[in-house]
Design a protein around this ligand. Structure first.
Ligand SMILES: [Zn+2]
Ligand SMILES: [Zn+2]
Length: 218
């Protein structure tokens, strides 16, 4: 899976596609390509879903309106999984799960009660998808998408990673809440070593979290 680009906007057409989008809100559109064949994603989806729900149990409580437009051409029945999100048995399920991970991250970090999303598949090229996410702060929404894509990629690869999801969430939440960017202060608040704090700040930077030295460099 590859995140090609993220664009901010209102994308008015979304109001028709998902009536849960609040009309005047900001949204981002993340364009994502899948890079493996269909079999790869169908085969890996149950594990990806399972691991995702372990990391983000609250995704069970998401309302999903993805199915409202209707789907046809289902050729692989995984409806027995009983997932909290709509499953159609195609590659879009994986990208759609990324959408819900991104929404969950955004809600946790930005302390949003609810936000809507939508995942659309291109007609051509058929491995391209647009993920739309409603947001209050497009920078936090972009960070959430980058983080969700990285996480899904690492789970799909299956050889583990040397960072911890909860640590990244914790430091992102603290920065968002306190607007504090000093390494020393963050280390103290989180009760982490400076090394651990620095490592997680570097991860935030890689994931396009809005840190001030990036803002001023722009
Ligand atoms: Zn609903
Ligand atoms: Zn959904």
């Amino acid at each position: 899976m590859k995140l090609l680009k993220i664009v901010e906007g209102n994308f008015e057409e979304l109001n028709k596609l998902n009536t849960n989008f609040k009309k005047e809100t900001q949204r981002i559109r993340a364009t994502i390509d899948t890079v493996h064949d269909k079999h790869f994603y169908l085969h890996k989806f149950p594990d990806l879903l399972f691991e995702t729900l372990q990391l983000f149990p609250n995704i069970r409580h998401h309302h999903c309106h993805q199915g409202e437009q209707g789907y046809s051409g289902r050729d692989f029945d995984i409806s027995h999984l009983g997932a909290p999100i709509q499953i159609v048995g195609d590659v879009i399920d994986t990208v759609h799960l990324v959408e819900h991970i991104a929404i969950e991250i955004q809600c946790q970090v930005g302390e949003l009660d609810e936000c809507s999303g939508l995942t659309c598949n291109y007609w051509e090229p058929e491995n391209r998808f647009d993920v739309f996410i409603e947001c209050r702060n497009p920078a936090i929404a972009s960070f959430s998408c980058n983080f969700a894509v990285l996480l899904a990629k690492e789970i799909l690869k299956g050889n583990g990673h040397d960072w911890c999801v909860d640590d990244i969430l914790d430091i992102a939440k603290i920065i968002e809440k306190t607007n504090e960017f000093s390494l020393h202060t963050l280390a103290r608040i989180l009760n982490w070593s400076k090394k651990k704090t620095l490592k997680n700040m570097q991860l935030l930077e890689q994931l396009s979290y809005p840190l001030p030295w990036l803002r001023s460099a722009a």
